[in-house]
Design a protein around this ligand. Sequence first.
Ligand SMILES: *Cc1c(COP(=O)(O)O)cnc(C)c1O
Length: 215
Amino acid sequence: MNIQDRIKEILITIPKNVDLVAVSKTKSSEEIIYAYNEGLRVFGENKVQEMTEKQKILPPDIEWHMVGHLQRNKVKYIASYVSLIHSVDSMKLIVEINKQALKFNRIIPCLLQIKIAEEETKYGLSETEAHYLIENSIKFNNIKIIGLMGMASFTEDELKINNEFKKLKFFFDKLKLKFHHLKILSMGMSSDYKLAMKNGSNMIRIGSQIFGPRN
Ligand SMILES: *Cc1c(COP(=O)(O)O)cnc(C)c1O
């Protein structure tokens, strides 16, 4: 199956309230254009340099999402154009994003990455840390935390994945009672996005299911 057919197949399975981020890391600009021509406008990358190179040559109405771990010293390269950062995981990074966004007179929307997988993942905040960061980021005028992102364990065990998503949705709902501006729950990738949507995800990040396997 080609990119066009895979996109059509995915689009019919996702409801209107769920946003699709096409994760195009390692894929060429040509492949991104195939997806663009199918109507996709939101693309996710995990490396600053790769995203910036693509952003320069691809259509200006593409929304670029940073989904990978972001180093503070690289924020300056994406601050002028990035439309959502999914992977905020420290106060220092919040301070830097705010500082760089101010230079462009922008407010950069961000998600906090929450650690939901029991093992392997290096990145992500605990619930306590996330609560603290949301509370303390309100004073910054050029960054806005608008939701949470989580990655489930890399496993075949659907019950385990289901429990991880359920836990994140529960935490998201609890936070929303206090912080009414939270609206995005980014969870679900190629292998688990259906499970994520069942558990209340409203933003899914799909790479290989659209573009084929990565090398
Ligand atoms: C690569 C990546 C994805 C997409 O992964 P697939 O399994 O190819 O869909 C989603 N989210 C993040 C954070 C990623 O790094």
